[in-house]
Design a protein around this ligand. Structure first.
Ligand SMILES: Nc1ncnc2c1ncn2[C@@H]1O[C@H](COP(=O)(O)OP(=O)(O)OP(=O)(O)O)[C@@H](O)[C@H]1O
Ligand SMILES: [Mg+2]
Length: 298
């Protein structure tokens, strides 16, 4: 965790949220002047925001409004049920969607609890957000009623450090731009959309593949400066095999593999030393910085 300016993080991330929720949902961001820094892991905060935005999108199949609001709040003893008294940056995500009946509302943090069709929801979104907020020493509150929309509020503890060097760090994390041709290979649609949106916005020429077979087809028919591939993918061909084939076809291609989930351990082991790896989950600004440094290597 580090001191994070939520105004800035949300502002930088809003393009990705807009892309994820689609055009039917209007996204409004309400920053707040004089907002305190909060003490959280910025990559996990981005993932949490994306999860909340996707839930809001699913609750508004015919469109609606998604408000994201930041505010300083001082919580007094007993003022917010379950929340320790103290100073927080409250980040609220409000939708005008279907809302939840109490029997759903009461179970949303349970791992694997979902009301979505098989294959649509894993039921892990909110339990991950809950875990993140609790580990950060914060609190999460949900207000929801059937037909009345939903507001999820994250109470993120105020950072106690005085703004200084860390603040500079947070501010300077703009996405470095590029113009190279990048092939992104990722089987998770949300992450693929997110990554390609960020890279396109940063000026890269992006092509996407959802599995190893698609990736190989593109590598054989087009030229790329860089391959960014997930390691573990369905359909038999993993990211390491894609990377090796890419090198055979084009000796000069730069490669970055993404890995992080426990299941990747074995495959990851094979790739260590052979290709550079970025750990998941990563911040988009972190990815942009890694790409720049890899593309600039001789
Ligand atoms: N903004 C919301 N509006 C209405 N219902 C919601 C909202 N957010 C969550 N829910 C309900 O809570 C359930 C659990 O949400 P959660 O994010 O944990 O899992 P999921 O969205 O079903 O699947 P996943 O996020 O893993 O893809 C959802 O299935 C839905 O019924
Ligand atoms: Mg969800």
């Amino acid at each position: 965790p580090s001191p994070v300016d939520a105004n800035q993080l949300v502002s930088e991330f809003q393009g990705i949220i807009r892309k994820a929720v689609g055009e039917a949902c209007r996204v409004k961001v309400w920053t707040s002047e004089g907002l305190w820094l909060c003490h959280v892991d910025p990559a996990r905060l981005e993932t949490a925001l994306l999860n909340l935005a996707l839930n809001a999108r699913d609750a508004m199949p015919n469109g609606g409004v998604l408000d994201i609001e930041m505010k300083n709040v001082v919580v007094g003893e007993g003022a917010v049920a379950g929340c320790l008294p103290g100073s927080y940056v409250r980040l609220s995500v409000r939708d005008t969607g279907s809302g939840m009946p109490p029997e759903v509302r009461n179970r949303v943090f349970e791992p694997f609890f979902t009301t979505k069709e098989v294959g649509k929801g894993s039921g892990l979104g909110l339990s991950m957000v809950y875990g993140f907020v609790r580990q950060s020493g914060g609190h999460i509150a949900i207000e929801s009623a059937l037909g009345k929309g939903t507001t999820v509020s994250l109470y993120l503890p105020r950072a106690t450090q005085t703004p200084g060097v860390e603040m500079e760090d947070v501010r300077s994390q703009a996405f470095p731009a590029g113009s190279e041709r990048v092939l992104v290979v990722e089987d998770n649609d949300d992450l693929l959309d997110l990554t390609s949106a960020m890279l396109t916005r940063s000026g890269y020429q992006v092509r996407c593949a959802r599995n190893g077979t698609e990736a190989l087809r593109l590598l054989r028919s087009e030229e790329f400066d860089l391959l960014l591939s997930d390691i573990v993918m369905p359909n038999g061909i993993n990211g390491i095999e894609v990377a090796r084939e890419a090198r055979k076809l084009n000796k000069g291609i730069k490669i970055l593999l993404a890995s992080g989930y426990a299941g990747d351990a074995l495959d990851r082991h094979q790739a260590v030393g052979e290709f550079p790896i970025i750990d998941k989950p990563f911040r988009m600004s972190e990815l942009a910085a890694r790409l720049r440094s890899i593309l600039h290597e001789a």
